[in-house]
Design a protein around this ligand. Structure first.
Ligand SMILES: [Zn+2]
Length: 616
């Protein structure tokens, strides 16, 4: 029979639940954000969806009706096993290597509760008492108010079996990821089989009797599946959804082959990026001319390098020419070479970039800026491979693949007579539109990670982490300067960091010097949706006040909120702490401490002496 006692909602009255107290839930709740203007919900760095529990129940019924019990149970268990692994990966990443097992497992339980599947409770030894990596690990927990048994009982009534398949999968996946081996969770009691709640026991696979029964649903291919999520990322990037989520895990990154500079920024998980990579994979091995289109800063030269690297010409040279950077008078000699004495500056014969790229690839950036004469010569090389150096009649034949790029609308340039139509058609064999960064926001966490790994060692910093709110600010910025702007922002931030400091809001400065104030919603302490929660947590409901505040002021607000939660009398305590810190920073020199505090020497000394004489 279903439990009929009223249950307290998780977020409103968390004090009734073991290990679900406010500060922890609050930290986790800030990871959940609603961005209705983007049609998105974020949890950590990943996109989420709100699904009706009825939809979950409908899906489950459809699966049962069309696939039967065995396959449905296996499917739900395995899908949520993967979900548990993904959540474990992001929790481990967020908490850092120093986190205790207890902290990691409790956070997992809270993630599960926050996502609305059930409410885990401590029972017996709990899940975190033993050593998850030892062979005799034994953990137990209660699950209250499970979504799945509620759905099952509503349609099938109470029966013989435990039915919380998704939660068993999730919990097994989470624990297995943390243990780096298979931990089997078994539901030994379930509301759907007449219990008041569900009870689970977790043990390493070898500890269970009849474990084949569990593994049948959990891991049809235990080796292959686990290998996929923990395997190092192969060169060329991950191809499966599971591997893509693994790429965000620093432990996997460490084992990945070191990336070249060009590879660093060629990462992504967004649909736009997948489309782009698919196109590049198709065209790279061919001899086709490629035309890269897109705003400036989107990384067109990066794409050109990817095309070259994946082509049959990879062993030969890739020559890059920015047509706009060469004075117009010199473009022709630069591209096609020059004979001695061809013009007054040509004291010796010199091969052009086309000849230099023979057998390889030539990347012509900002191709729309070429003069009409140069356009004509370029067309001829593209058609026949033939060219003459400036001041020479000798025809040379080159074998060069051309990749051209522009941020201009070439069709319009043709209409305006600035660009030859025949050249346009010649270049436009395989156009690739490189999307602006604001259209691939899902890639920003991966890009930031890659850039931090590039810039931290470059500027003598150790491992650099980033706070969740700084990452959110980066995700929601509009990036008019695209990846180039992101690179600059991250590099500047890395330079600003002190050793051991996390990259935070105050380190971010954008080209237009404004901190973007995205409008999205998150959860506050009571589980209510509030605008821009992380920026001004619980202090103000007005978005205007957050946009006016500086990052330092926002930190101050957070600090004040934290202090007030600790009880009354914090004002005096704060003053004492400020005076103490100032005196300590000034090395005991009261005059300098006074300067730090913005007080007179007498005022400072009075406060300091008062503290010294105060009891305690
Ligand atoms: Zn159950």
């Amino acid at each position: 029979m279903p439990d009929s006692t009223p249950r307290a909602p998780v977020l409103q009255m968390p004090q009734v639940v073991v290990d679900m107290k406010l500060p922890q839930i609050r930290e986790l709740a800030t990871q959940l954000r609603f961005a209705p203007e983007e049609g998105r919900i974020w949890m950590d760095e990943r996109r989420m969806v709100l699904v009706h529990s009825d939809t979950f129940a409908d899906l489950r019924e459809e699966l049962l009706a069309s696939l039967g019990y065995e396959m449905t149970r296996g499917l739900l268990t395995r899908i949520y096993f993967a979900a548990g692994q993904r959540d474990a990966a992001s929790v481990l990443k967020r908490l850092g290597p120093g986190a205790s097992l207890k902290e990691v497992l409790n956070t997992g339980g809270r993630m599960h509760a926050l996502q609305g599947y059930l409410l885990p409770e401590h029972v017996g030894r709990g899940l975190a008492a033993g050593d998850l990596r030892s062979d005799d690990y034994y953990g137990e927990a209660l699950w209250k108010d499970s979504l799945e048994d509620e759905a099952h009982v509503a349609r099938h009534g109470v029966g013989q079996h435990a039915v919380c398949w998704n939660a068993v999968g999730y919990c097994s996946g989470y624990l297995s990821y943390c243990a780096q081996r298979t931990i089997v969770v078994r539901e030994v009691e379930c509301r759907a089989s007449g219990g008041n709640h569900c009870k689970i026991v977790a043990q390493p696979a070898a500890q269970w009797d009849n474990v084949e029964e569990d593994l049948r649903f959990l891991l049809p291919q235990p080796v292959g599946r686990r290998a996929r999520i923990v395997a190092p990322v192969a060169d060329g990037g991950p191809t499966t959804a599971l591997a893509q989520s693994a790429v965000t895990d620093s432990r996997d990154d460490d084992r990945a082959a070191p990336r070249s500079l060009a590879e660093t920024a060629f990462v992504g998980a967004s649909t736009a990026f997948s489309v782009l990579r698919h196109k590049i994979d198709r065209v790279a091995p061919t001899q086709a001319t490629v035309l890269l289109l897109g705003e400036s800063g989107v990384g067109k030269s990066l794409i050109a390098r990817q095309v070259h690297r994946r082509s049959q010409r990879a062993q030969a040279q890739l020559i890059e020419v920015n047509c706009a950077a060469i004075p117009e008078a010199l473009v022709e000699s630069e591209l096609f070479g020059v004979e001695r004495g061809a013009f007054s500056g040509a004291s010796q014969a010199r091969a052009g970039r086309f000849e230099a790229a023979h057998g390889g690839t030539l990347f012509l950036d900002e191709v729309a800026t070429l003069s009409p004469t140069t356009q004509g010569k370029l067309l001829r090389v593209l058609q026949s491979g033939a060219l003459e150096r400036l001041g020479s009649n000798q025809t040379r034949v080159t074998d060069v693949r051309v990749i051209a790029a522009t941020n201009e609308d070439l069709k319009q340039a043709v209409r305006q007579g600035r660009f030859r139509e025949d050249l346009y058609f010649r270049l436009n064999v395989f156009p690739v539109v490189v999307p602006p960064l604001r259209e691939r926001r899902d890639d920003i966490p991966l890009l930031v990670q890659a850039l931090l790994q590039r810039f931290a060692p470059l500027h003598g910093r150790g491992h650099v982490g980033i706070t969740s709110r700084a990452l959110q600010a980066l995700i929601h910025h509009d990036w008019p300067g695209n990846i180039r702007e992101l690179e600059n922002v991250i590099e500047r931030a890395v330079i600003m960091l002190h050793e051991g400091e996390m990259l935070d809001l105050q380190h971010l400065s954008y080209a237009d010097d404004t901190l973007s104030t995205p409008s999205y919603f998150g959860l506050d302490d009571t589980g209510q949706l509030m605008i821009n929660t992380d920026y001004d947590f619980g202090a103000s409901q007005s978005p205007a006040s957050t946009s006016a505040a500086s990052p330092a002021a926002l930190d101050m607000n957070r600090l004040a909120d934290d202090l007030l939660r600790q009880g009354p009398g914090q004002l005096a305590a704060m003053e004492r702490a400020l005076v103490r810190s100032a005196v300590r920073q000034a090395g005991g020199n009261i005059t300098r401490a006074a300067a730090l505090l913005g007080l007179s020497r007498a005022q400072t000394e009075y406060r300091y002496r008062k503290q010294q004489s105060a009891p305690g």
